[in-house]
Each structure stands twice: as C-alpha cells, then as structure tokens.
Write a protein that binds this ligand. Structure first.
Ligand code: AMP
Ligand code: MG
Length: 504
C-alpha cells in the first residue's frame, strides 16, 4: 500500500524543525554568526507557494513573530546561523576569496517536495541582506529593497516557468537606510534551496591547495544531493558530468524564455544547476541576441548570446577545481564534453515545443535560424512573439494579424510564416491541439523590468500591493488572465531609461 504523499502540514515558523547540515562541515568552511538586527521591520511580500515547500503555514505571514524572524531580529529554534566561505572567477578573472558577504544561512528544514528532485529531503533557508560577515570585504552586508523585490519576484516567476531556481519565501523591509549610488531603503530577502553551494565553493579549496577540504566538500555534495553517483567508477568525475549536464540544460531553459542572468560569475553558479543569485537579470524584450542586461557588464561577457558558452566556461572552471579528485585530465575533459550535446538537445526540444512542432526534421534548424534573424531585424518582443505564434492557424492567414503587427518588415514575416505553415502541414498539425500546447510553454507574463520598477517605486512608498499583484500574475505565467492583459504589454517609453547594474 502506498503511503499518502506529502501530507499537508501547516507549521508555525517556530515549529520548522531547523537543523544545520552545513554546520557539520569543518569549521574553516564557514563562520558562525547571528544576523544583525534591523529597526522597524515590515513584510513587503511573501510567497505561499514557497512556504508550502517547507510546510510553513502562510497564515504566519501576518504574525509579527514571523516578520521578526525573517528580518534577522529573532532566531528560530534549532537554527545555527552561519556565513559560508567561497571564492570565484568574476567576469573571467580569478577574484580570490569572496563568501557570504551579506547572506546568512539559518539552517535547513524538512522539504515537502518529491525526493527525486532533492534527495536530501531538506531545504536550506538563508537571509540575504542580514548584516556584515567576515566575508563582506568592502560591502555593508546589506541589500536594498529594489534588488530584494526583484530577487523575490524573479525566483518565484522562474519556478512557475518550470526553470530550476532557488526560491524566495519573503522580503522584509526596514527603515534602515542603505547607501548605494543614492540613499535607499534596506531589506532582507529569504531564499530557499537544497543548498547554496557554488562552483566557487570548490574553486576556493582548489586555489588554496586544500585537497582534503576539496574532498570533504565533494563527498558532502555527492552524499547529500547526488547519492546515485556513489556507484560510479569515479564519483568525482560523475559529479562533474552531472553538474555539467544540469548547467547546460539550465542555460538552454534560460535561452528559451529569454532570461539573462547578468552576472554568471562562477560564485553565482549553483552546484545543483539552479538559477541563483538574482541581481541585474533581465527578460529579453525587443529581440537582440547581443543584448546585455547588466549595465556594469561593459564588455558584454554575459550578453544573451554569450550565456551558453559562458555556462560551459564555468563548467571548465569547476572541472579545474575538481581535477585533484578526478585524477586524469582526460577524465575531466570527458565529463565536460557532455555540455554541448546536453545543451543542444535541450534547446532543440524546447524550441520545437515553442514552435508547436512534434517531431524534429532535418531543415528545422534553418526555419528556426530564419525566425531569430527576423526577430532580430525587426526588434520583435521575445515573449509576445512566441505567445502570438500559438494563435496562428494553419489555413487562416487572417489569424496572423496580431503576430504580424509585431514586425516592421511585413513581407519578410509573410515569407517566414508561409514556410512555418508548410512545416506545420507536413506533420498534419491541428490548430486546436497545437494552440494550448504552445501556450503551455510560451508564457504570456514575464517579469519585465518596467513591471518590477512600478512595484518597487510603490513599495518604496510603503504600498506593497503591486508586489503581491505581480507575484499572483507571475505564478501563472502561461494562463491567459484576460483581466491582467496590460501586464503582458510592451514596456512604456519611460522604461527605455531603466538600467540595472551590479549595485544591489
Ligand atoms: P554578487 O555579485 O551579488 O554575487 O556578489 C559578489 C560577492 O560580493 C559575494 O561574495 C557577495 O556576498 C558580496 N557582496 C555583494 N554585495 C555586498 C554587500 N552589500 N555587502 C557585503 N558583501 C556583498
Ligand atoms: Mg553572488
């Protein structure tokens, strides 16, 4: 008899059964310390979906005790707060020691989700913006409301898009001012993931010539998160191969939805293949493969079209760090060779689904290349294009109008649409079946910068309603939600001046 899966439990924050598995690692992996309290915390936003992942009762959101706990003012029972050390390559250059400069891991709690996705069965809960740590370097240990709201909304939006990501439980604001280019409101975001261990966590021990610590970390990661790899002839090589595959597939998913991370430094790359460390990210609007979403990325290292090869570069950095454990260079190389086929296969499958094509055909590549070239030439909005493509009917040219309206060069669009129709006819595609299938993979709603900006400006005036509204919309990105049509619109003129940078 099957036991009932995930019995619904709704716990108070104080009953979360905190432990801290990371604290069982040797003491030089982290520094134990408490978050620094903040004055007058208030809840800016909270995700019931994220709460559910740890059995937390969303009714808790209304409690002052909840807000105090996730402001870092009150320690939850069982938590062992600590900041972890790591290093990394930033913008392609070895940056040496970094670490949780403003994040504090509270510990881990039992997970509600399926155990195939998370063999540890637990989820770590981390505060970001919770004060100085020994790894703060020149920083103040704080985060601003602006970036915290962006991380909160995007984490939950990515999860709803089906893209592997850390989750965000809540954002707590405080009257404490934080200095960036100008004076801003401070905030603390609570993030959750099975682990926040990064490629840079491994690089840290490699560059410090600490093979012992490197092995301790790798064994911890394998035993806790990749137990099946223990059976491999060379578990460290198998770990590199698996992380490489997950990273390749993650980036294919980013490309397919037009997501740009903005700071793909090795310290921002999750060892679980999750999207982590949301900063100056962006969703592609007017399509330009060279688009750079991070205003501080002067060289365009992390431009949209660069992401796949940067993902691969980062896997090589991880491979270098794991080499002392793997042994032979050839074995590390063999693991890394999986990147390109994994990326190509995932992207191809995603693009076929986006175009509503069932089986792959030899000349599909040409059709897809022509589509992106056309989108590029016409600066077509990425999200609107794919959404409207689903409304095209094989035998009804008039059905193209809303899609056609996105193009300046209409004859060029018509020529491509004719090819696409031809292709659909070849597989006897049925409009009524294809349309819902395409709409279930091509979101109508993504977190456009201007939408986040409106919510941020209201929140800075203590009106948090728009944060909640956006969360609700982005939790169902594939649903039509006709009452929210305007949230699917192109950015207004004022938004062309919006810039996001590493400052957060
Ligand atoms: P990021 O670009 O946000 O991934 O940060 C890179 C490194 O700088 C990480 O080690 C962060 O913890 C650290 N950092 C970023 N902002 C701050 C801050 N305001 N205070 C302390 N450390 C920070
Ligand atoms: Mg980071």
């Amino acid at each position: 008899m099957n036991a009932p899966e995930n019995p619904v439990r709704r716990l108070a924050a104080d009953a979360l059964s905190f432990e801290n598995s990371y604290a069982s690692l040797p003491p030089d992996f982290y520094t134990r310390l408490r978050p620094t309290p903040v004055p007058d915390p208030c809840l800016v936003g909270a995700s019931a979906a994220a709460a559910q992942l740890i059995h937390l009762d969303p009714a808790e959101f209304a409690q002052d005790s909840f807000v105090q706990a996730f402001a870092g003012n009150r320690l939850l029972p069982g938590s062992i707060p600590l900041a972890a050390v790591y290093s990394g390559h930033q913008f392609g250059v070895w940056a040496g020691q970094l670490g949780d400069g403003r994040a504090i891991l509270l510990g881990d709690v039992p997970a509600a989700g399926p155990s195939e996705d998370n063999p540890s069965g637990r989820i770590e809960v981390q505060l970001k913006g919770s004060g100085l740590t020994p790894y703060s370097r020149m920083g103040d240990g704080r985060a601003v409301l602006r970036s915290s709201i962006r991380e909160f909304l995007c984490s939950e939006a990515m999860a709803a898009l089906g893209i592997p990501t850390s989750r965000a439980l809540c954002v707590v604001g405080t009257d404490m001012p934080v200095m960036r280019e100008s004076l801003e409101t401070g905030a603390i975001a609570t993030r959750m993931a099975p682990t926040f261990i990064r490629f840079g966590s491994f690089e840290h021990w490699f560059y410090n010539n600490r093979k012992d610590a490197l092995q301790t970390l790798a064994d911890y990661v394998i035993d806790r998160f990749y137990p099946a790899l223990r059976a491999a002839a060379n578990p460290y090589q198998a770990l590199l191969a698996e992380v490489t595959r997950r990273t390749a597939e993650l980036i294919a998913q980013w490309q397919a939805v037009g997501f740009m991370h903005g700071v793909m430094n090795t310290d921002n790359m999750s060892i679980l293949g999750l999207t982590i460390d949301y900063g100056p990210f962006g969703f592609m609007e007017a399509f330009d493969a060279r688009h750079i979403c991070n205003h501080s990325d002067y060289q365009g290292r992390y431009a949209y079209q660069m992401q796949p090869r940067i993902g691969q570069w980062n896997c090589f950095a991880l491979g270098q760090a794991l080499l002392p454990l793997i042994g032979e260079v050839e074995d590390a190389q063999a693991a890394l060779e999986g990147y390109k086929p994994a990326y190509d296969a995932k992207l191809e499958a995603l693009l076929h689904a986006k175009l509503g094509l069932r089986a792959a055909q030899a000349d599909d590549g040409a059709l897809i290349d022509a589509m992106f070239a056309l989108m590029q030439d016409n600066h077509v909005d990425f999200t609107q294009f794919f959404r409207r493509l689903g409304d095209l009917e094989v035998d009804n040219p008039a059905s193209d109008e809303p899609l056609r309206d996105l193009f300046i060069d209409r004859p060029a669009f018509d020529a491509w649409a004719a090819q696409y129709r031809q292709r659909l006819k070849q597989e006897n595609s049925v409009d009524a079946a294809r349309r819902p299938a395409m709409h279930s993979v091509n979101p109508k709603y993504v977190l456009r910068n201007y939408l986040a900006q409106v919510a941020i400006e209201k929140a800075q005036n203590k009106d948090f309603s728009e944060v909640d509204k956006l969360l609700t919309i982005l939790e169902k990105p594939f649903d039509e939600q006709p009452e929210n049509d305007r949230y699917a619109e192109l950015p207004p003129d004022w938004a062309s001046h919006l810039e996001v940078s590493c400052s957060s």
